[in-house]
Ligand binder design. Structure first.
Ligand code: AVJ
Length: 320
């Protein structure tokens, strides 16, 4: 555990070093999520502007029968989830599959053993008949291991349009890694947020109450906490853009004044000009053509998809 912690810290340190000494400056959104970042993201999911969660909810609720039909097989199946979190959305699906007495195991994969144990305890309470088998580790390592030892049909699910934080090249790698762990009958079920009215997208990532701004600035708090830096997060402004041509929403932190930040752990001094930016996150929006193109590049085919009434969001079913 100690060793793992060390590797994480140094990966964080070296990426912060690289991003803040580059031009233009950038930081990876994966570093927003510490304990406080997790709580802020939970709050984002409850925001009226953040339509993604409700859309995926409504898809899972409205199409549960058809989705379960896709999953089912004669010898049952293993339902493997990448990044289960608190399982709020997955529970809709699980409840339905349990009620219908489908023969399946639920295998949530997460890097955090703590999150998995909490999820397991909650599921034991809420669905005592559900067979849960938590898998702590890195997604693709665990997937590889499961592919080796498990013979049942695998249904791999990734909810929340988490792929949107990756650029296309990274997204293809991500999909390819999943594809490599899949056999012929296995399926991938994955959420992709869709292109839509740019204003709706901007509002989702720039809410009135400032939760998203606090979420974005949490990356500066983390650098303060873990690398001893003296960022003043209030000296930065959260700024969101959406490019309808590429479908890319981008988050920035913009320096409100000329300022100097010291990061003792990196032995680094970072200068900001007034209005200089740090790029922190992308949230890619998709359409069918782009999803099909990504799938094709990764050796997958789109077999089916499910959408909400407004077509804001889609969950696609992929096969090899
Ligand atoms: C967790 C990647 C799906 O990009 O929509 C929400 C993260 N960032 N608000 C997204 C996020 C700002 C979220 N994902």
């Amino acid at each position: 555990m100690k060793n793992e912690q060390l590797t994480y810290t140094s990966e964080f340190a070296s990426e912060v070093q690289e991003g803040l000494t580059s031009f233009p400056k950038f930081l990876s959104s994966k570093f927003i999520y510490d304990e406080k970042g997790d709580v802020l993201f939970q709050k984002i999911m409850d925001l009226p502007e953040y339509y993604l969660t409700n859309c995926e909810y409504s898809i899972l609720e409205k199409h549960t029968d058809a989705i379960a039909d896709q999953f089912n097989s004669e010898n049952g199946f293993d339902l493997i989830e990448l990044g289960a979190g608190d399982g709020k959305k997955t529970k809709i699906l699980l409840r339905h599959l349990v009620a219908k007495k489908y023969d399946f195991n639920y295998l949530p994969i997460d890097i955090s053993g703590h999150i998995l144990e909490k999820l397991e305890a909650a599921l034991k309470e809420e669905m005592p008949d559900l067979k849960v088998n938590i898998q702590q580790g890195m997604y693709f390592k665990v997937l590889g291991k499961l592919a080796e030892y498990n013979t049942r049909k695998k249904i791999i699910i990734v909810l929340g349009s988490n792929i949107g934080n990756l650029n296309h090249e990274e997204a293809i790698d991500f999909l390819k890694n999943i594809q490599l762990a899949m056999s012929k009958d296995d399926m991938l079920f994955m959420g992709f947020d869709q292109k839509k009215d740019p204003q709706i997208i901007l509002d989702a990532y720039n809410d009135k109450t400032g939760v998203t701004a606090a979420f974005n600035k949490n990356i500066l708090h983390r650098i303060n906490q873990e690398l001893g830096a003296n960022f003043k997060p209030d000296n930065f402004k959260h700024w969101e853009t959406y490019n309808p041509e590429t479908g890319t929403a981008k988050s920035f932190l913009v320096s409100l004044e000329e300022q100097k930040v010291t990061i003792p752990e990196l032995k680094l001094e970072v200068n900001f000009k007034k209005w200089e930016s740090i790029h922190t996150e992308i949230s890619q929006k998709y359409d069918d053509e782009v999803v099909e193109w990504l799938a094709d590049k990764a050796g997958l085919k789109v077999k089916e998809f499910f959408s909400d009434d407004k077509k804001f969001y889609k969950n696609y079913v992929f096969q090899k």
